[in-house]
Ligand binder design. Structure first.
Ligand code: C5P
Length: 192
């Protein structure tokens, strides 16, 4: 979430369910998991250490601190690409005029990870509404992911807030593995 003033913010519909399912699956297979999480009502899965963050910059800082000592990272968060350039320290009062909020870019956590990953395993996500495959393959190469998980808002039952998802895993070798609509816990098992 990206603050506009102490009361309002910009965000999106992500609930964190997919990320939490992956963290749970990794922990159940014996991995030591740190879950860097934005705001959500979800419970921390057993055996997982959660680090709470709010903004993209917070998540970037928390990630950089821990990535070096990790074997890999799954980048599942719906991170904001833009944030208000000058958040107000006090609640903005309404007036009769239109209002403009100037936005600046946030750091791209996955791209930074890709540039410094060495032989760590890096998994990315792409939630698309159009040109799904082309956009996902572009992200896979640009951010140097080993594989990317594509989900499309065009598929009923996939994406935000649902307990189900329909994923296609695309490897850096170009191979595509589509899965049927399934519980997020099953999608997590396939990803792990
Ligand atoms: O370009 P887009 O934001 O759709 O890329 C999606 C992938 O990049 C996801 O894996 C997401 O977690 C990651 N990402 C990031 N930092 C950002 C924006 C996206 O790590 N600022």
């Amino acid at each position: 979430i990206e603050p506009i003033d102490p009361v309002r913010y910009i965000s999106n519909h992500s609930t964190g369910k997919m990320g939490y399912a992956i963290a749970a699956e990794l922990a159940s297979r014996g991995a030591q998991v740190t879950l860097i999480s934005g705001q959500t009502a979800l419970d921390v899965p057993d055996g997982v250490q959660r680090v709470d963050v709010l903004s993209a910059q917070n998540m970037f800082d928390a990630f950089i601190e821990r990535f070096e000592s990790a074997d890999g990272a799954v980048m599942c968060a719906a991170v904001a690409d833009y944030t208000p350039a000058d958040p107000s320290p006090v609640k903005i009062k309404k007036s009769d005029d239109e209002m403009v909020i100037r936005l600046k870019r946030t750091p791209d956590i996955a791209a930074t990870a890709g540039a410094t990953k060495g032989d760590k395993l890096l998994v990315g996500f792409a939630l698309e509404t159009d040109n799904e495959l082309e956009n996902a393959v572009g992200k896979l190469h640009r951010k140097k992911f080993d594989f990317i998980v594509l989900n499309s808002l065009a598929d009923p039952g996939a994406g935000f807030a649902t307990d189900t998802n329909k994923i296609t895993i695309i490897g850096k070798d170009g191979l595509q593995h589509p899965y049927p609509l399934e519980q997020k816990s099953d999608a997590a098992r396939h990803i792990v």
